[in-house]
Write a protein that binds this ligand. Structure first.
Ligand code: ZN
Length: 190
């Protein structure tokens, strides 16, 4: 299968990682449901002026253990990414085996800070709806120059041993619109 391609079949969507190589992994209907909740959380974040990101931590048995959304604007703390919060939650509440068996679902690919936190605390699989490359492209469509103080390295570049699945194409249009809404509202506030 060509890189960047996917297909539907038997309730599964086969996705490929858009920055490096095919993961050969599939997302299930349960994965999609958890990603759907991540997008809801990302929307809640934008509703109050925070950045468009939400994440859910799911145990090996499929139960939702914790969830959070971005809180950078409302706390004034640029490290308040949901993936970082879930890594800290897992370190406090789960033993090593439970952390390794847990999956973090997130609306947008982990940034380097969150990738490192995820790996340091020994969490398991990551499933992201949209890639960092996609979000940069969506912002660029608005003519916004993105110049982050941290290099936008992919999860694989930070923690090459992690199982990573994404992006999941069915969320692209909705997340693109959410990123555009956030940037436009932010620009309007000056
Ligand atoms: Zn982050």
């Amino acid at each position: 299968m060509a890189e960047g391609n996917y297909h539907l079949g038997n309730g599964e969507i086969v996705v490929t990682e858009d920055q490096h190589r095919s993961t050969g992994a599939a997302v299930t209907e349960a994965d999609v449901a958890h990603l759907r909740r991540c997008v809801e959380l990302a929307t809640e974040a934008v509703d109050v002026g925070d950045w468009p990101f939400g994440s859910v931590l799911v145990g090996a048995d499929g139960s939702v253990l914790a969830e959070d959304r971005n809180r950078e604007t409302t706390t004034g703390d640029a490290t308040r990414h949901p993936e970082f919060e879930l890594a800290r939650w897992a370190a406090t509440h789960l033993d090593e085996r439970a952390r390794a068996g847990a999956t973090v679902y997130t609306s947008g690919e982990h940034c380097p800070m969150c990738s490192a936190a995820h790996a340091w605390v020994g969490l398991g699989r990551i499933v992201f709806a949209s890639s960092s490359r996609q979000s940069r492209a969506w912002v660029a469509e608005l003519g916004v120059v993105s110049d982050p103080p941290v290099r936008p390295l992919s999860i694989r570049e930070i923690a090459p041993g992690l199982e990573v699945v994404g992006p999941v194409p069915e969320f692209a249009d909705e997340l693109r619109a959410l990123h555009h809404r956030f940037r436009k509202e932010r620009a309007a506030q000056g």
